[in-house]
Design a protein around this ligand. Structure first.
Ligand SMILES: Nc1ncnc2c1ncn2[C@@H]1O[C@H](COP(=O)(O)OP(=O)(O)OP(=O)(O)O)[C@@H](O)[C@H]1O
Length: 269
């Protein structure tokens, strides 16, 4: 693989600030570049700005100043049509799955294709055969093809999150944004989801940005750690440099059992 510095970044934040109408600061002068193929974990305490960072990329949140670029184009100044086109390339996975529970698994995954068709067609549920093939392939990637015709609400939480990953994948995105994707799952299931995301990243070259508050998962799965505190990037480096001391610096306090998905804090010498 090329060294990141020799490639065009996929996402750029240029002096981005977000101040909510309440006065709360979501992002404070953030400048950062994410390169194609990276798997980046964004870490920080609750309220540090992780969700704001992620949602600013596809403009689910409007920033207050600065500029964000995706694939060399300004997201901030994009017209509605340009924004729709960009959002096709950006899949999203949420903490609470966001599936339509009364629809089948396959129908949920097909929702990932809506950005490719006019609204009337989608409302009638008229997806071309190729889309069904893409959706089935996405389900195979998360090992759920056998559940295609089951109603989404019949699945376990972990399975529902895998459907959500398949839905993002069916978009054939360049980037997947995952906002605390394992926060409501047990440790074993959390690893299944993280394994899926990593496999997708490695095998398909899709860039993955994931908000995590578990130190062990961030270390195990990410290539790069972006540490936020009070809206500022206070650490940006490879996972090998993200020591306990670094996490304690990002969090502004000692690590606790709650910071580990497994609930174990390593003994420190
Ligand atoms: N819609 C909103 N209106 C006002 N303030 C907000 C809003 N969303 C977030 N904030 C504030 O912006 C700051 C950053 O919040 P954000 O949700 O991005 O942090 P986070 O790191 O994702 O935290 P969490 O893990 O709790 O979601 C916090 O101070 C938060 O209270």
């Amino acid at each position: 693989m090329d060294a990141p510095s020799s490639r065009e970044p996929l996402v750029v934040f240029d002096r981005v600030r977000k101040v909510y109408p309440t006065g709360a600061v979501g992002l404070d002068d953030v400048s950062v570049a994410i390169y194609p193929g990276e798997f980046v974990a964004i870490v920080g305490l609750s309220g540090a700005g992780k969700t704001t960072f992620l949602r600013a990329i596809n403009r689910l949140i409007e920033i207050s100043s600065g500029e964000i670029f995706f694939a060399g184009r300004s997201v901030t100044r994009a017209t509605p049509a340009e924004l729709r086109r960009m959002r096709r390339d950006i899949g999203m996975v949420f903490q609470n799955f966001n599936l339509v529970k009364r629809l089948t698994v396959l129908q949920n995954v097909l929702a990932g294709r809506v950005g490719y068709h006019p609204t009337w067609r989608v409302l009638l549920g008229l997806f071309p055969k190729e889309d069904v093939a893409i959706a089935m392939k996405a389900l195979e990637r998360v090992h759920l093809a056998d559940k295609a015709y089951v109603r989404a609400d019949q699945l376990s939480g972990g399975q529902q999150q895998r459907v959500a990953v398949a839905r993002a994948l069916a978009q054939e995105p360049r980037l997947i944004l995952a906002d605390e994707p394992v926060a409501s799952l047990d440790p074993v299931t959390a690893e299944v989801i993280m394994d899926d995301l990593r496999r997708i990243n490695r095998e398909l070259g899709i860039t993955v940005l994931v908000n995590l508050h578990f130190v062990d998962l961030a270390r195990r799965y990410a290539d790069r750690i972006l540490g936020l505190r009070a809206g500022k990037v206070v650490f940006d480096g490879p996972v090998s440099e993200a020591t306990d001391e670094v996490f304690e610096f990002i969090y502004g306090r000692p690590l606790t059992r709650e910071d580990m998905r497994t609930g174990e804090v390593a003994a420190r010498g």
